[in-house]
Design a protein around this ligand. Structure first.
Ligand code: TTP
Ligand code: MG
Ligand code: MG
Length: 414
């Protein structure tokens, strides 16, 4: 009986990681106060160990597996777009290369190779700034069709090793290799070699017992390297790790923590759950676990997108609302076409308009309950533009989707 209830809740969790705390609470409720009869000698589970099971990550409902540590690989291609461009133009090998919009068109770099990074060039940097730092930088236009094709080839290679793959973007993915017979680090090496053999592109990998650790680890020996954190090494690994490495800790939270004298995860571990909730609200509960290297989010092969949008940076700033409205109409057409093609059945909860101004500040106007019509986007544009009146450098328009609720969750939990 207990096993059946627990397994059902795990399945629900496996479908949507973002509800972790809610479900954990629900699970604790099931097995502690309200349902003491569910306790059994064979399968003792307490409120303390009632975390997500490793099993949910692999959709494996075998409760005997509950204690088995997961093996997760985070794989990320090295300077992906730039590496493809250099591969396809061997004369560029060894030279600093960036990919993105031209300086004359006030472009921004999507990425650059490691030769360019030595000069301080970075992703998302305006091209003029990149050229100031690295005057010999070769700037190439993007070729998204080629990048997408390479990404599909790489995905095909990954599927030869496991079907539990959660892509994060064109060039990176989590793989749950818990059930694979090879040791995970050897497997990561094998996967990276297979990718290189086929595409002549290098990649880096992080190997760990969960997504948090695997993702952090994949940066450590980048490019063309890998790093493994074994379950027994997690405590040491976290001790000196800067808090900024934890997902969800941005610049603002980092500053907040610095004011409290906290720079590392080890230092953060001194805070109790209520103390962290005081500072960070609900996220404090997750933080309590994350800073200890605990992350039970499953690798989700079919993660639905949360939003869909399109944006454009203009060659000349738009000074008036009328000029912006003209561009808005084009962007509206684009996003609606995209929506029809990719997400025709999803429920839309919000629409939004994002503006970036000529001084690089930005603002987003969004509203729930507005249909995705040109009129709706227009009123948001007016609102966003009216906030500063500064010349506009970029307009983005988009929609946010309702989280799909799995059927099993509706039946079990509502
Ligand atoms: P990343 O994996 O973040 O970067 P990268 O692969 O270029 O470099 P690294 O070796 O550090 O992994 O992003 C993958 C691709 O996504 C990148 O090649 C270009 C694109 N991209 C953008 O278009 N804009 C961005 O701001 C970033 C960060 C990436
Ligand atoms: Mg990359
Ligand atoms: Mg990446």
């Amino acid at each position: 009986m207990l096993v059946r209830r627990v397994v059902r809740v795990w399945f629900v969790m496996g479908v949507n990681g973002s509800r972790s705390i809610h479900f954990r609470r629900k699970l604790r409720w099931l097995i502690s106060e309200e349902k003491p009869s569910l306790q059994s000698e064979k399968f003792q589970i307490t409120p303390e160990n009632a975390r997500w099971s490793p099993a949910c990550g692999v959709r494996n409902f075998d409760v005997q597996n509950e204690q088995k540590a997961r093996a997760i690989i985070h794989l990320d291609m090295d300077c992906f777009y730039a590496a493809i461009e250099v591969r396809d133009r061997p004369s560029l090998r060894g030279k600093p290369v960036g990919v993105g919009g031209a300086r004359e068109r006030r472009g921004v770099l999507t990425t650059c190779n490691y030769e360019a990074r030595k000069f301080g060039v970075r992703s998302a940097m305006p091209t003029f700034m990149a050229l100031q730092r690295c005057p010999n930088l070769i700037v190439l236009p993007t070729r998204f069709d080629v990048y997408r094709r390479e990404a599909a080839i790489i995905r095909g290679i990954l599927y030869q090793f496991t079907s539990i793959i959660e892509p994060l973007s064109l060039d990176e993915a989590y793989l749950d290799v818990t059930s694979h017979p090879s040791a995970p680090a050897a497997l990561a090496e094998e996967i990276r070699t297979a990718i290189f053999r086929t595409t002549k592109l290098t990649s880096s990998a992080g190997i760990g017992p969960n997504k948090l650790i695997a993702k952090i680890a994949s940066e450590i020996n980048k490019p063309n390297g890998q790093f493994e954190v074994k379950p027994e090494q997690v405590a040491d690994f976290m001790k000196n790790l800067p808090v900024r490495k934890i997902w969800g800790i941005g610049e603002k939270s980092e500053r907040k923590l610095e004011e409290l004298g906290v720079k590392t995860c080890g230092e953060l571990q001194r805070f109790s759950r209520p103390e962290l909730v005081n500072v960070f609200g609900k996220f404090g509960l997750e933080l309590y676990e994350l800073c200890r290297g605990i992350d039970d989010r499953p690798v989700e092969p079919d993660r639905p997108r949360k939003s869909l949008s399109t944006e454009e940076t203009f060659a000349v700033d738009l000074a008036t609302l009328e000029q912006c409205e003209e561009k808005l109409e084009e962007l509206f057409q684009d996003v609606m076409a995209d929506l029809a093609q990719k997400e025709s059945t999803r429920e839309i909860t919000k629409i939004f308009v994002k503006l970036k101004f000529n001084d690089f500040t930005r603002t987003t106007a969004e509203r729930a309950g507005l249909a995705p019509t040109l009129e709706g986007f227009r009123s948001l544009l007016e609102e966003a533009f009216g906030r500063t009146g500064k010349p506009v450098r970029l307009i983005g328009v988009g929609v946010r989707f309702a989280e799909p609720m799995p059927e099993s969750a509706q039946l079990d939990l509502l």
